[in-house]
Design a protein around this ligand. Structure first.
Ligand code: IVH
Length: 674
């Protein structure tokens, strides 16, 4: 006797029993279904290799959990079966082949194909058209009496319409549509309760309520898909016709079912539903194929607990378990420091996933993800894989909560996470390789130093070549060096060089904005420049007296803190010195508390401008104090019109309001900026 096998079998049984209890009794599963199926498959395989280990109480010997003692028991006159699962097209072909062989049919069979709803099975008995009893599936033989609760579901009829049979037992799935599920969870969280893990558990928890009033308040739905006991009715020959009859009696039927022909029809239906799945309003975990002809169904009969005439073709698992191998920190172009979990690679939702973003530090803390944890990862449709939760029950000893790094993993600068903000950032700016390219692109951009022709692609090349490590390096580039760049002829290199030279003469607001200090946009840069007049007094205040910076309109403690962090970093002092040394000059601004130049003027934008986005135009105007309104009136000072303007342009003409194109807008902006 293999004692290892015995031990493993016992361990698996204990674990499966525990999961059954959590799933069926507590409605609070710990692991994803795919993981449960894996445990069950392992147990089945061990038992078939060592049949002497099979016991009558093994979880493989029954279909599902025992009914809860809280409800009365119902014995199903016709047992409620389960379905055989298939995972590949080949499984579908084999199912079809076996069915045709048994029936002795050579031509393709017709199937009734329908979504496999992810809820819980119920059975309902109507006597003379009135709902008299309802039950859950339980273990397939005995279920729980949930009559009062099913009656509380508005989406299910209390009586049948038309000429109903003496006795009709219908079977179907109770489920919660996705929007209802989200609403329920939002409300549960707002009440400080735990959210439901998935719509199926929410449905199970809602149907199996001791107080039917609670069930009534939940967004439950039912789709009927089959029959149990019958009296006084001879069902029609086809499954599709049976469902047609149920529908005519007023029972809800899934609208996405279809008749399909042969294996090809089944496979096409599966593909179509897999593609549609993400857009459905309810959750499904596969599709079910049922032999259409009822006479064939009864000839095919059952094996163990499942009919030979039906197959569930399951979608690939969307949730699986894996291990968190490491948590690393990535630095983005804007300096955001983001945690990423490295995982033991697992196939989920059709792709292999080996790492997932954890978004930010607060998220890591909220989920309490630790290195060594077992985690549920999920990938549904084309959605980015996510770490849903970790299983504290499986946490190994000696793990520690994750800490935010104090230093940037790329450049070693300090990482700061402002109070109340989710995102932590590297303060390195230009000195951090991860941020260099973005920082230089911003420096050269139109509202900053305005280096014409120096766009994203060129900056990328200059940084990659290694020659440009800071914006000051731009001013050391020669025409010859620029000519070595991709697609850069003599003439364009000379033009670019001239543009770089021209940018040396700038204004203080532009320079301040160009430095890319966090939360110092155009308007703030202008306000700072107006308040301090020159750069040195601003630096001095930011470094030693941040409260003086807060005297500037619209500057609060957060911006003051960003300015402080920026100007105490030696790399930034060096940058400013290097800019000065290479000949960059900026005109001081007359200190004034005067109103902004366009204050009191209202602008209206219409159509698409050739090179500015609506946001850019709006930001530039607001920075100068202008108001941007949605509609034209007599009070409008200018209408800025681009391509395909709307009725606003007509109105402007009608009211005689001056209209500017992008060039005109630029001229106006420049006139006031300098
Ligand atoms: S037919 C004898 N049709 O899947 C046929 N079941 O794994 C038994 N289910 O307990 C069920 N959608 O809860 C059938 N369109 C569908 C279904 C469906 C979901 C569930 C049902 C059943 C389980 C079997």
């Amino acid at each position: 006797m293999n004692t290892d096998a015995r031990r493993r079998v016992e361990a698996l049984r204990a674990e499966i029993t525990r999961h059954d209890y959590r799933y069926y009794v507590l409605d609070d599963p710990e692991i994803p279904d795919a993981e449960y199926d894996r445990l069950m498959a392992e147990l089945k395989a061990l038992e078939s290799a060592h049949p002497q280990l099979i016991t009558s109480d093994s979880p493989t010997q029954r279909v599902a959990g025992a009914p809860s003692a809280a409800f009365g028991e119902v014995v199903h006159a016709v047992p409620m079966l389960s379905l055989e699962n298939g995972f590949t097209d080949e499984d579908v072909a084999a199912f079809d082949r076996r069915a045709r062989e048994r029936l002795g049919v050579t031509e393709p069979l017709w199937y009734w194909a329908e979504p496999k709803l992810d809820g819980l099975a119920m059975t309902a008995i109507f006597r003379n058209g009135r709902l008299v009893q309802a039950a859950t599936r339980g273990d397939g033989v005995r279920g729980e009496d949930v009559t009062a609760n099913l009656r509380a579901i508005r989406a299910f009829p209390l009586s049948l319409s038309g000429d109903a049979p003496r006795l009709l037992e219908v079977r179907g799935e109770v489920f919660i549509p996705l929007d209802g599920f989200e609403r329920m969870n939002r409300e549960a969280l707002a009440r400080g309760e735990k959210a439901f893990v998935n719509p199926r558990n929410a449905a199970a928890g809602s149907l199996r309520q001791l107080d039917p009033a609670v069930t009534a308040s939940r967004p439950l739905r039912v789709y009927c898909y089959g029959l149990g006991s019958l009296e006084g009715w001879e069902p029609p020959p086809l499954q599709s016709e049976v469902l047609g009859a149920l529908k005519a009696w007023g029972l809800p039927i899934c609208p996405h079912a279809a008749r399909v022909r042969g294996v090809e029809g089944c496979i096409d239906y599966y593909r179509a539903m897999a593609e549609r799945r993400a857009r459905l309003t309810y959750q499904i975990d596969g599709v079910v194929f049922k032999v259409e002809r009822l006479e064939y169904q009864s000839r095919l009969g059952f094996i163990s607990r499942a009919p030979r005439w039906a197959l569930a073709r399951k979608f690939p698992a969307e949730e699986v378990l894996t291990r968190v191998e490491a948590i690393e920190w990535q630095v983005g172009r804007t300096g955001a420091v983001t945690p990423v979990a490295r995982l033991t690679p697992k196939f989920v939702g059709g792709v292999t996933v080996s790492n997932v973003t954890l978004h930010n530090f607060d998220e890591v803390r909220r989920k309490d993800v630790r290195v060594g944890d077992t985690a549920v990862i999920r990938r549904a449709g084309d959605v980015i894989p996510e770490l849903v939760r970790v299983l504290p029950e499986r946490r190994p000893e000696g793990t520690v909560p994750v800490k935010l790094p104090e230093r940037c993993p790329i450049c070693g600068s300090e990482v700061i996470k402002p109070e109340g903000e989710a995102v932590a950032r590297c303060t390195g700016g230009f000195s951090c390789a991860a941020q260099r390219q973005e920082a230089i692109r911003h420096f050269a951009s139109r509202l900053a130093m305005d280096i014409e022709g120096l766009g994203e692609k060129l900056v990328e090349q200059l940084v990659a070549a290694g020659g440009v490590r800071s914006p000051a390096d731009l001013y050391t580039l020669t025409v010859e060096q620029l000519q070595t760049l991709e697609r850069m002829g003599e003439k364009s290199a000379a033009n670019l060089h001239r543009a770089i030279e021209r940018s040396k003469h700038t204004t203080l607001p532009r320079l301040l904005y160009a430095l890319g200090i966090r939360e110092v946009g155009e308007a703030t840069a202008l306000a700072l420049a107006r308040h301090f007049g020159e750069l040195e007094p601003l630096i001095e205040a930011a470094r030693s007296h941040p409260e003086r910076v807060e005297e500037v309109a619209d500057v609060g403690p957060v911006v003051a803190a960003h300015l402080h962090a920026f100007f105490i970093a030696p790399a930034h002092r060096e940058l400013i010195d290097a800019l000065r040394a290479s000949g960059v000059t900026w005109e001081p601004l007359a200190v004034s508390a005067a109103a902004l130049p366009l204050e009191g003027q209202t602008f209206v934008l219409t159509g698409t401008l050739p090179s500015m986005t609506r946001q850019e135009a709006q930001a530039a105007l607001s920075a100068l104090g202008a108001k941007v309104a949605a509609s034209v009136s007599r009070k409008t000072r200018y209408v800025i019109a681009g391509a395909d303007p709307g009725s606003k342009l007509e109105k402007a003409h009608a009211l005689g309001i001056p209209v500017l194109d992008e060039a005109g807008l630029r001229k106006l902006l420049d006139a006031h900026r300098r």
